[in-house]
Ligand binder design. Structure first.
Ligand code: NAD
Ligand code: UDX
Length: 434
């Protein structure tokens, strides 16, 4: 089988490389020539564990190629996947579908025969029908099937998530599209992955409902963590005790400074707007969005309060600024709200992140970057953990204490053991633990 993947971002590149690994002939196309030139030279535009090796092996074997030429990518393809961005539209919070519609039109124009046009981007319910209308208008002469195949991979574990998903969701109208997509995902049948064939509308909504549910689950445990602090309970015990109930589940009950990333913030917002437009507001999701937003600001206030009545001129070492570990993605990272507030209060911020490629341009120029965690802690009045990179877990409390000027630790990801930290003489506090 042969496919084209339009968009060489997190989703397009990972899915393209994984389909190639499944034995499919994949052409990844992007409008950004620098990205494509880099990929041809083996340079990854993003940090994602294992991706460079997967791309190199499949490129070497000739199953994975890169181009900026859409017509070349589409020629002879059984299916064309759209994996372009759907960022928040400025002004109203809806998903910006410009890239999806433009790419759909370009694909339809370039098509030389029947094909299946699959939307992998996260798109609001109704987008598939609009894509169908575009395709029929541009190419009334060709049988082009439209399908929805939302992607559930997480950054940092994207390859494993794609190769061993909990389920594959396929939204289709016709048998031909279903047959092509089932063939593409055939290797997953061996590991008994459930494949759900549903309507295009249902597939589109499954993606938003899942993301909004997970964002709400995180927000719920964050509020319970705040309550734990006030009443002397331990949020990890509470989360475990809740999560062992199979109806609740243990995952996504880890408290933190608020969820971030390229999906939850924009997708919850877009779902809320879609639901408002449909006249059935999803008030729980609207509240999740508001609570998460205020949480990030509250975390900045908490750091400032820990610095005492005069935070100006104090120094804070920040460990981890990406939105989660094992990625260099800064999109909607909590650090983007928290660090500017510290800087505005006159605090000197020294940050360290193992993958700082996009951090410098995203954060205020006043934020200094250190080359190591201990470097960021050097001379600091307080050290704050914002992202739970594994290397922070291994830091010795004694060495941390020795590097710092003061001894305040705010562990917003609960990576350290409170007993060990306090034994080293550090004034340690974390989220939702006594
Ligand atoms: P991204 O911004 O990393 O990549 C999008 C790519 O599309 C860019 O390289 C851009 O140059 C390219 N592009 C834009 N218009 C194009 C066109 N007309 N032709 C060819 N290329 C074009 O985006 P992403 O993070 O990969 O997300 C893509 C979609 O997948 C979004 O809808 C997102 O919500 C969804 N999604 C993302 C994740 C994730 O973890 N990042 C997970 C699941 C779903
Ligand atoms: C998410 C979805 O999980 C994935 O299915 C979808 O395809 C894309 O969006 P991603 O944003 O890459 O994936 O990472 P995820 O692990 O879900 O984390 C998102 C945010 O939630 C991060 O800021 C993370 O720190 C936070 N989080 C996650 C918590 O605070 N607590 C948790 O228990 C889990």
């Amino acid at each position: 089988m042969r496919i084209a993947m339009i968009g060489a971002g997190y989703v397009g590149l990972v899915s393209g490389a994984c389909f190639a690994e499944f034995g499919v002939d994949v052409t990844v196309m992007d409008v950004d020539p620098a990205k494509i030139d880099g990929l041809r030279a083996g340079i990854m535009p993003i940090y994602e564990p294992g991706l460079d090796k997967l791309v190199a092996e499949n490129a070497r074997d000739g199953r994975l190629t890169f181009t900026t030429d859409l017509a070349q990518a589409v020629r002879g393809a059984d299916a064309v996947f759209l994996a372009v961005g759907t960022p928040t539209r400025r002004g109203d919070g809806h998903a910006d579908l410009t890239y999806v519609y433009a790419a759909a039109e370009q694909v339809a124009k370039a098509a030389e025969g029947p094909l299946v046009l699959v939307t992998k981007s996260t798109v609001p319910v109704g987008t598939g029908r609009e894509v169908q209308a575009i395709v029929r208008r541009v190419r009334p002469d060709l049988p082009i099937s439209v399908a929805s195949n939302p992607e559930f991979l997480r950054e940092g574990s994207a390859i494993g998530d794609f190769m061993r998903p909990d389920r594959v969701v396929i939204g289709v109208d016709d048998e031909r599209a279903l047959t092509v997509l089932k063939r593409l995902y055939r290797p997953l049948y061996l590991i008994e992955t459930p494949v759900l064939a549903v309507s295009i509308e249902s597939a589109e909504l499954i993606k938003y409902a899942a993301n909004a549910f997970l964002a709400t689950k995180i927000t719920f445990i964050n509020e319970i963590a705040d309550l734990c602090e006030k009443v002397g309970a331990d949020v990890h015990d509470v989360a475990r005790g809740m999560g062992l109930d199979g109806r609740i589940g243990r995952k996504f009950l880890h408290p933190g400074p608020g969820y971030g990333g390229s999906c939850f913030p924009k997708d919850t917002l877009a779902l809320a707007r879609t639901a408002q437009d449909a006249g059935v507001p999803v008030r729980l999701v609207e509240t999740t969005i508001a609570v998460n937003e205020s949480r990030k600001a509250a975390m900045a206030d908490r750091i400032l309060a820990a610095l005492g009545p005069e935070p100006a001129g104090k120094r804070v070492g920040v460990l981890g600024v990406t939105f989660k570990p094992e990625t260099d993605d800064m999109r909607d990272a909590p650090s983007l709200v928290i660090l500017p507030r510290l800087v505005a209060a006159g605090v000197e911020v020294s940050a360290y992140d193992p993958q700082p490629a996009h951090a410098r341009e995203a954060l205020p120029a006043a934020v200094r970057f250190a080359d190591s965690a201990l470097g960021a802690a050097e001379g600091a009045d307080a050290v704050v953990v914002l992202t739970e990179w594994n290397e922070f877990r291994a830091l010795s409390p004694d060495r941390l204490k020795a590097a710092m000027k003061g001894g305040v630790i705010l562990d917003l990801r609960n990576v350290w053991d409170p007993v060990a930290m306090r034994a080293a003489g550090l004034a340690y506090s974390s989220i939702g633990r006594p």
